[in-house]
Design a protein around this ligand. Structure first.
Ligand SMILES: [Zn+2]
Ligand SMILES: [Zn+2]
Length: 820
């Protein structure tokens, strides 16, 4: 046994083990191992944002606890790490840093800048993952921006195209006019903003009457294609079928009827524009109305806006409202609190444009998604409804094309002569159609030799929604199905609608199988004020600050113990501090054991003269093992960490160690055999605590293991030791019942000393215990040695009768009188 230093230096210990584990290769996933069962974690590749924030700390702590626990359970664990590089946020950042718009520079140059920025960001985030001590197998690292990954995204597209899941269509899509690209429903955030409701008169044709329409988007008046009322509304149904004049542009449209109109909202009369919102889209399709496209792709009014052409949306609104007022058609305006859809990358107001795009048929899969979601194991269970509700709420198929630069190209060309679509063959990928021609000489339809490349690129979710298959080795490994579906897909509560959903539809469509067997959900990290952590709210804490001040093991305890799995977790410095104090406590008790075990040679098979309290603590640690194992199996990390901390702090340190100190220090009074029994017990119980704790606080537990246990337990790392199996036979209820009483007596005597302000080692000349009955008296006598030793009692008398004196907590029948 090697000595432990007196002081616990977390920074040094954590750095050392992070390096050594890497050298030992204990994170290495053995692709060819057929002996151990595999356990694969579908690590979601993060967007490189340049910062490993506390939310990431929470995510990766969960992933890593699962990985380390499963390794100890004998699994060959696949803990991969990729980077989801493409994305609007990188483009937006590059535009900002270089003070350009993406179309101002050659695409090659723009891509290069994006790649450089991504690499810088990855390095920063990787440092965070390493500092947290995550047991990632770095040989699996990948970047979705590399052609090797393009190959996978493009191949999945080709296969889905062949299966009929991919189509091109001119449909309304969410459009960010600032980013100039289509975006999916999942990329639309909703913000509360104060709008203005304008009450506008629409004159009826050939009449002096008018209908009053309330709208918050008067700028869309030039794109008005109908006016709508509820057929049940007695005020207006007489106008159904009548012609009405659209102000400003003086176009005539028809008043139509639809039950969807809410007579109590606004004036009960609605204008239908192409497109003011999603409701307009539904109405246009239902009533087969014409489409007047009003906006350009960069959010300006086009030629259909007449005199307003060229204005921005906001300029057009002002001009139109002014003109309406001048014409006497603006009756009044009101403030209107409203929820508006904004681009999740740049927060611009999202518009709806009808443009030609690539879509994946996702809505046909909704029933399959629901069925599969119900078969998947969710931690916690109620999270599955979030996925199902989301799938059910989708109105449109998934628009998978984007008008961007930094993304995976869509492997498609068009014949310049006849327009025939040329889909890349599976063996052509990776390929960028903008740089290379299709590997055929002529158009199969018309024989032309000229091709036009597809300029659109893929939504970044097309890259990241195939990870379960990619992590398993698809398509390179013929045996990839051995590691598929993933055993667990961990996900934040906020990305169930994207990540968990897209993974599900892509894999169901591609392989007809669920991508993951279970889904582990983490909540959001809140600031100490209970609001979502954010820099603008000044409740933001950067992870390097936390890791630097308290280290990984303390921070991981905060992540594991901050709240129930799936719930939001507040970041509070005192929680991390508490984690740190616990580690110091564990270090101190280990250093104490280390000192007192110098003359002890571990021997698991020897017979020991176990005393009551030895049996008591051995039974309790067995029950702890059961509780922690159950909690880890159910991903209830908070329960696991609480149980271990309570046991260590109270049962082990406060009670057991205090009660057997005398046996350890003074074998001459107790006998060598009883001392050895205490040494053996202390040694094994501490080992069990280290094992149970090691997935959560791997560094400190490894350090203690190496000094005190490695030589005897035989594993080169605690991380490779087999997880302890709960053994019912080792539970001794009777010893626990009796031991609890002895502990209570010791605690009460110590409490009395403390109240009398006597040092704990003050001698008690005589301790008279009134047990109340014979059985209790015998139980107390059984612990005589530990009571007298711990409480420094010179003479102990245990009487079966009832008596007066100080009552022992939890044992109202038992009293004692101590003479000092
Ligand atoms: Zn945007
Ligand atoms: Zn052709």
């Amino acid at each position: 046994m090697q000595p432990l230093p007196k002081k616990y230096n977390f920074a040094e210990i954590e750095r050392k083990w992070q390096q050594k584990w890497e050298e030992m290769g204990i994170y290495h996933f053995d692709w060819n191992d057929t002996r151990r069962p595999a356990f694969s974690i579908d690590t979601p590749p993060p967007y490189p944002s340049g910062e490993f924030h506390m939310g990431n700390v929470l995510n990766w702590a969960y992933f890593d606890i699962v990985a380390r626990y499963r390794r100890m359970r004998g699994f060959n664990v696949l803990f991969p790490q990729g980077w989801d590089c493409h994305g609007l946020s990188i483009e937006v950042q590059v535009e900002k840093e270089h003070k350009i718009r993406k179309r101002d520079v050659p695409p090659d140059q723009f891509r290069k800048w994006c790649e450089q920025l991504v690499e810088k960001y990855i390095a920063l985030m990787k440092e965070g993952i390493l500092k947290l001590g995550c047991s990632v197998d770095w040989t699996t690292e990948y970047r979705t921006m590399n052609p090797d990954y393009w190959k996978r995204t493009q191949l999945s597209f080709i296969l889905l195209h062949k299966k009929g899941y991919m189509y091109q269509g001119t449909h309304p899509v969410n459009w960010c006019p600032r980013c100039e690209t289509a975006i999916a429903d999942a990329e639309v955030d909703y913000e509360r903003r104060e709008g203005t409701l304008q009450y506008i008169r629409f004159p009826l044709e050939g009449s002096s009457e008018h209908l009053l329409i309330a709208t918050s988007r008067p700028e869309f008046i030039p794109a008005c294609v109908a006016v709508e009322v509820n057929p049940e509304d007695a005020r207006f149904n007489k106008y159904i079928g009548k012609k009405i004049v659209v102000p400003v542009v003086n176009r005539v449209v028809t008043v139509i009827a639809d039950e969807a109109v809410d007579p109590s909202f606004g004036t009960g009369v609605v204008m239908i524009c192409t497109y003011g919102d999603k409701e307009d889209v539904k109405t246009v399709i239902k009533h087969k109305l014409p489409v007047v496209r009003l906006l350009t792709e960069n959010g300006r009014i086009n030629e259909n806006g007449g005199k307003y052409a060229g204005l921005t949306i906001n300029q057009a609104r002002k001009a139109i409202v002014q003109d309406l007022a001048a014409d006497g058609l603006l009756e009044k305006t009101e403030k209107l609190p409203q929820e508006v859809g904004v681009c999740d990358r740049c927060k611009s107001h999202v518009e709806i444009l009808e443009v030609k795009q690539w879509f994946m048929k996702t809505r046909v899969l909704t029933d399959a998604v629901e069925k599969t979601a119900n078969e998947v194991l969710w931690y916690p269970d109620y999270m599955k409804t979030r996925l199902i509700d989301w799938a059910r709420s989708l109105d449109w198929d998934w628009v998978v094309s984007r008008q961007r630069v930094f993304a995976t190209p869509i492997p498609v060309w068009y014949c310049k002569n006849c327009g025939e679509l040329i889909l890349a063959e599976e063996e052509w990928v990776p390929i960028d159609p903008k740089l290379e021609n299709p590997c055929i000489d002529t158009c199969p339809k018309c024989g032309s030799r000229e091709f036009i490349p597809e300029r659109d690129v893929f939504d970044t979710w097309m890259d990241s929604s195939i990870t379960c298959a990619v992590h398993a080795g698809w398509p390179d490994r013929s045996d990839w199905k051995r590691f598929f579906p993933a055993d667990v897909h961990p996900s934040g509560i906020d990305i169930i609608r994207t990540w968990a959903y897209y993974l599900m539809v892509r894999h169901l469509a591609l392989f007809g199988e669920t991508p993951y067997k279970s889904c582990l959900i983490n909540g959001m990290v809140l600031g100490s004020d209970g609001r979502k952590m954010s820099k603008s709210l000044k409740n933001y804490v950067a992870s390097p600050e936390v890791l630097g001040k308290y280290g990984s093991d303390a921070t991981r305890q905060w992540a594991a113990g901050g709240g129930a799995t799936g719930s939001d977790i507040p970041f509070r410095w005192p929680d991390v501090e508490y984690g740190r104090r616990f580690l110091v406590k564990l270090w101190n008790v280990s250093a104490f054991a280390n000192k007192l075990l110098k003359d002890y040679t571990p021997n698991e098979t020897a017979e020991f003269a176990l005393q009551l309290l030895d049996k008591w603590v051995l039974s309790k640690v067995e029950k702890l093992t059961q509780k922690v194992t159950e909690a880890m199996e159910n991903c209830q990390f908070n329960i696991a960490v609480e149980e271990i901390r309570n046991f260590t702090w109270h049962t082990l340190c406060d009670c057991y160690v205090e009660a057997v100190k005398d046996r350890l220090y003074r074998p001459e009074t107790h006998g060598e055999a009883k001392k050895t029994a205490a040494q053996h017990t202390l040694y094994e119980v501490l080992y069990r605590v280290l094992q149970l704790l090691s997935p959560i606080t791997p560094h400190l537990t490894e350090e203690i293991y190496q000094a005190m246990y490695a030589d005897y337990k035989g594993c080169k790392s605690l991380q490779l030791s087999p997880w302890p199996e709960f053994e019912q036979a080792l539970v001794d209820e009777e010893a626990e019942r009796r031991g609890d009483l002895i502990i209570a007596v010791i605690a009460e005597v110590r409490r009395e000393k403390a109240e009398k302000r006597l040092p704990l080692n003050t001698r008690v000349k005589k301790l008279t215990v009134y047990a109340g009955d014979r059985e209790t008296a015998e139980m107390i006598r059984e612990g005589e040695g530990d009571i007298t030793g711990t409480c420094k009692v010179v003479s102990l008398e245990v009487l079966a009768e009832k008596g007066s004196g100080r009552e022992i907590a939890q044992y109202p029948e038992v009293h004692f009188v101590a003479e000092y």
